[in-house]
Design a protein around this ligand. Structure first.
Ligand SMILES: [Zn+2]
Length: 84
């Protein structure tokens, strides 16, 4: 399993006290980051353009299998200087 630098991943290796998103107070994992976080609304809009529909958490694997979505994710993280 891949480990992320999101707070849940950092919490698993004792580098974050709670694993929660500091903006939303929910577990900060990949699903939260992509589908729910208050700070990634711009990312969801970009992904929805490629997915040609509103993205939903139930389509997680489907969404991440699209190269255009991965490109949007990389572009968003690069723009905001995020490492996930
Ligand atoms: Zn959040």
């Amino acid at each position: 399993m891949l480990q992320t630098r999101l707070n849940q991943g950092l919490h698993k290796i004792n580098l974050h006290p709670t694993g929660l998103c500091e903006q939303c107070s929910e577990i900060q994992d990949c699903k939260h980051f992509i589908f729910k976080c208050k700070t990634t609304e711009e990312l969801r809009k970009e992904i929805s353009k490629w997915a040609h529909s509103e993205i939903r958490e139930c389509k997680y694997e489907e969404v991440l299998n699209k190269v255009e979505v991965l490109y949007a994710l990389v572009k968003f993280c690069s723009k905001h200087e995020l490492i996930i």
